[in-house]
Design a protein around this ligand. Structure first.
Ligand code: CP
Length: 309
């Protein structure tokens, strides 16, 4: 089987079979990563550039490790230490990199649509590693992989995405993916952080009461409050946010049921998630990070497999 798309720009463009193919291939790579020799020759002679115009810890390291585990040649580009800081355009930068015979571009950018723009102008396969407030497709894929690993198939599972839905590319990619895979999705948080008409547009439920959302769901995927993306304050203080929407151990214990807590990172400890939850028995946050490498190996491998016909 092959992917239906040349690029991975967003979950919006994938069909259910694409998602299943990526998740099952990721399981094979996860098995490889348990072995003493973790490297496979699948992308030998393939050159990949990681083009990061915005800060990242997990995604960048995870992509680089995935590329090296697949035996690809890896180039790393950081905007702040490049000629972009002298005014070079994105297209000029990428065309210069491509003239060095690069096969694939992994890109993070603060502008929504930046990887889509590149895909229209260059021949290399593009992987979106997060564009503005649009999508973060590999995060949603690794989240889905981690949920499946913990709970089995996604169909019929109840997933609550909690927090700053308005500014979150992770939320949008998760909503697309989970709905395509037949899960029930709820978004929860303060009304000011949940877009109007999201229910009609994306087929999700909306809940403003944290405890009701937690009582409803099997999994709570808790999001970071993205203060850097808020032009004006959307709640009165971080303390007030924590009191109303912060996930606390006592609250989880009071539910009297199993629940899985996820977070894409980086965590604002003591704001959306207390430390004894982030580091406690309900949390699979570090499993998500571990699974990210296998999922990104699958994405890179499948895109290159498609390129090679
Ligand atoms: N989850 C995530 O995208 O983290 P980074 O910003 O550290 O890559």
């Amino acid at each position: 089987m092959k992917l239906s798309t040349k690029h991975l720009l967003g979950i919006k463009d994938l069909n259910r079979e694409d998602i299943q193919l990526i998740l099952s291939t990721a399981q094979q790579f996860k098995d490889v990563l348990q072995r003493p020799v973790k490297k496979v020759p699948s992308l030998r002679d393939v050159t990949i550039v990681n083009l990061f115009y915005e800060n990242s810890t997990r995604t960048r390291m995870s992509f680089e490790l995935a590329e090296r585990r697949l035996s690809a040649d890896v180039l790393n580009f950081t905007a702040s230490s490049s000629s972009s800081a002298k005014g070079e355009t994105l297209l000029d930068t990428v065309n210069n990199i491509l003239s060095m015979k690069v096969d694939m571009v992994v890109m993070r950018h603060s502008a929504s649509g930046a990887p889509h723009f590149l895909a229209k102008h260059i021949p290399a396969a593009i992987v979106n590693a997060g564009d503005g407030i649009n999508e973060h497709p590999t995060q949603a894929l690794l989240d889905a992989f981690s949920m499946q690993e913990k709970l089995g198939k996604l169909e019929g599972k109840r997933i609550a995405i909690i927090g700053d839905i308005m500014h979150s590319r992770v939320a949008l990619s998760n909503m697309y993916l989970l709905r395509k895979m037949g899960a029930e999705v709820m978004v929860a948080g303060p009304p000011t952080l949940i877009p109007k008409y999201i229910s009609e547009a994306l087929g999700v439920q909306v809940e403003y009461n944290l405890k009701k959302a937690l009582q409803w769901c099997d999994v709570a995927n808790v999001l970071r409050i993205q203060l850097e993306r808020q032009n004006q304050p959307l709640f009165s203080s971080l303390r007030e946010y924590n009191l109303a929407y912060g996930i606390k151990r006592k609250l989880l214990e009071s539910l009297g049921k199993d629940i899985v807590i996820m977070h894409p990172g980086p965590i604002n400890r003591g704001v959306e998630l207390d430390s004894d939850v982030a580091d406690g028995p309900y949390s699979i946050i570090l499993n998500q990070v571990e699974n990210g490498v296998a999922v990104r190996m699958a994405v890179l491998y499948l895109l290159m497999d498609r390129e090679n016909g």
